[in-house]
Design a protein around this ligand. Structure first.
Ligand code: ZN
Ligand code: ZN
Length: 442
């Protein structure tokens, strides 16, 4: 699958509809995760080629100068990337797919780029006002295309029959929305107070494939808020309890359970096979991993947090936050929600922790109430539905203040040179960069 940045592609499609001549675009292709053993490609930055790069440019064909191809190959080589060469088919009734001309023009390009960039993914694409078609340059196998941004537009699903039990929600977001839900692999990182609610709601909604990640076992003090857990579950891994609950709701569900910490490099790597991630932990270190993963691999994540602040036993603050992390949206660094000092501490081993003079004692247990967790989790699920089914609920960051009784949308712009969400940072780097896991370097 080829993953493209939604806000970069939509303008190209509009341009294709009104342009008088064919336009070419070039981008660098990096390997992403490998869902279901298929290869996954992330395109870091797709730009129009400069006007002086064309040898020939008409309404129905465009040929690029060898100097430009050489320059592009050098750039890709330096960045450990392959190339994507895309071109438009213009007009209101364009050929929706690769043409015979494309089939003829591609082999020499494939020979050139595969020789200059051996072992890299070199791709070709056709952009029309309606669709994008992609394949390995050659012509090689067709690649499904996904668009990732404030929405996640996955390749269209074959129009299979939708189960009647979903009738009431299909009336809200349509049969295509229901099919989109059932085709996704959704990871939930942390299946405690908020994650157990997220798991339950996703199961009811008809999500089938889950990746559940949590290192902890159920304790008696979790039972006030761990949805789906009973006294008999004490000492069982939380991921198993969540998987059982999901399967009680939908026997068709498939749950991959991982009892471990997402800051471990191998466990973080399992997340690259997900299409969508819910961040339901209260650790800064795991947030740092998911935040980077969302932009680096183009895997949208909805991060949430609930806090009840007390001073000397008096409640001073009750609130929460839900934020979608995805290319084009501000990341947790840009919204100042990652405390780098706390990330550093959480990444420490027990030994390092003992030696660190800034850490005094262990963390005190924080207050936690099921109604507040559920409220924030539900807001996250509604945001998810909007992102994957197109249900009109536009907010991508919300703050919740229970003391005032308000839920407010927050506007946040990505910072231009952000180390995570800008093209100068992790954005679209795929497997070329490491994630900020324990022992990971970039
Ligand atoms: Zn063409
Ligand atoms: Zn950022």
């Amino acid at each position: 699958m080829l993953k493209l940045k939604l806000d970069q592609v939509a303008p190209l499609q509009r341009a294709a509809a009104i342009a008088a001549t064919e336009t070419c675009f070039a981008g660098l292709v990096l390997p992403g995760g490998a869902p279901n053993g298929e290869r996954d490609y992330v395109v870091a930055d797709l730009r129009p080629v400069p006007d002086d790069a064309y040898l020939v440019r008409t309404a129905i064909s465009a040929t690029l100068k060898p100097e430009f191809c050489s320059h592009l190959a050098n750039q890709a080589k330096q960045n450990g990337a392959g190339v994507l060469l895309a071109h438009t088919h213009i007009g209101n009734q364009p050929l929706d797919g690769f043409s015979v001309i494309d089939d003829g023009a591609e082999p020499p390009l494939a020979v050139y780029f595969n020789r200059r960039l051996p072992g890299r993914a070199n791709l070709a694409a056709v952009i029309t006002a309606q669709k994008i078609h992609a394949r390995e340059m050659g012509p090689g196998p067709t690649q499904p295309v996904a668009f990732v941004g404030s929405e996640l537009v996955m390749p269209a699903q074959p129009s299979s029959r939708v189960d009647g039990k979903f009738d009431r929600q299909v009336r809200a977001f349509g049969e295509d929305g229901q099919r989109a839900l059932s085709a996704l692999t959704v990871a939930i990182v942390g299946v405690g107070g908020t994650g157990s609610v997220v798991a339950q709601q996703l199961a009811h909604l008809g999500v089938i494939r889950f990746v559940l990640i949590d290192p902890d076992k159920v304790e008696s003090t979790n039972l006030n808020r761990l949805v789906g857990a009973a006294t008999s579950d004490i000492d069982r891994p939380k991921v198993n309890v969540a998987a059982d609950h999901i399967k009680r709701i939908n026997a068709m569900a498939k749950c991959q359970v991982v009892q471990g910490d997402v800051t471990h490099p191998d466990i973080a790597a399992t997340l690259t096979a997900a299409d969508f991630i819910f961040g339901c932990t209260d650790s800064m270190a795991s947030r740092a991993v998911m935040n980077q993963l969302a932009y680096q691999y183009y895997i949208p994540c909805i991060d949430m947090g609930v806090a009840i602040g007390t001073e000397a036993g008096i409640v001073m603050y009750i609130g929460g936050r839900v934020q979608m992390l995805s290319p084009g949206l501000a990341c947790l660094v840009c919204t100042d929600k990652l405390d780098s000092e706390q990330v550093r501490r959480e990444m420490m081993t027990q030994e390092e922790r003992k030696k660190d003079r800034y850490i005094v004692g262990e963390q005190v247990s924080q207050p936690a109430v099921i109604s507040l967790n559920s409220q924030v989790s539900s807001a996250a699920i509604t945001m998810f539905l909007s992102a994957v089914t197109g249900m009109p609920a536009g907010a991508r960051m919300l703050t919740f203040d229970a003391m005032r009784g308000t839920v407010r949308p927050v506007a946040a712009d990505p910072r231009p040179h952000c180390i995570v969400c800008s093209p100068e940072g992790a954005l679209g780097q795929g497997a070329r960069w490491s994630l900020p896991t324990r022992g990971g370097t970039r």
